[in-house]
Design a protein around this ligand. Structure first.
Ligand SMILES: [Zn+2]
Length: 127
């Protein structure tokens, strides 16, 4: 079950790149099997919103990233989840400045700790 913080993101969800939607289905199922809530807090952004949040990456406005709430979820589960999916989708994840595939970025950034789930820049959808 995928939940949304904002109704507007429910609409935007299906405008994401289909490969990202596939990955999110897989991760949401992993959360469900471990009895964790999978709540999407952010999907597609505008350049103005990115500027306000101080985002350096274009991943949200090019339809290839979402944010998922991690507050209240144990660290061990989150780390295992990150490792599992970063390996499973190493052919699909966005690449960091060191050349490493990073499907799930989990570090304090933007609006506090959360999962930033992103696919590679070659899948960018420019509107
Ligand atoms: Zn993000």
């Amino acid at each position: 079950m995928i939940k949304f913080k904002n109704d507007s993101d429910k609409e935007l969800f299906f405008k994401l790149h289909p490969l990202l939607i596939m990955v999110l289905g897989d991760i949401a199922n992993y959360f469900k099997e471990n009895e964790k809530e999978f709540l999407i807090t952010d999907t597609i952004s505008t350049p103005e919103e990115d500027q306000e949040l101080g985002r350096v990456s274009s991943s949200h406005r090019t339809c290839r990233a979402v944010d998922v709430r991690t507050n209240g979820i144990d660290e061990m589960f989150l780390k295992n989840c990150q490792n599992h999916f970063n390996f499973k989708y190493r052919w699909l994840g966005a690449v960091d400045s060191h050349g490493n595939s990073q499907l799930i970025v989990y570090k304090p950034h933007g609006t506090g700790p959360h999962f930033h789930i992103q696919i590679h820049g070659r899948f960018a959808i420019n509107k």
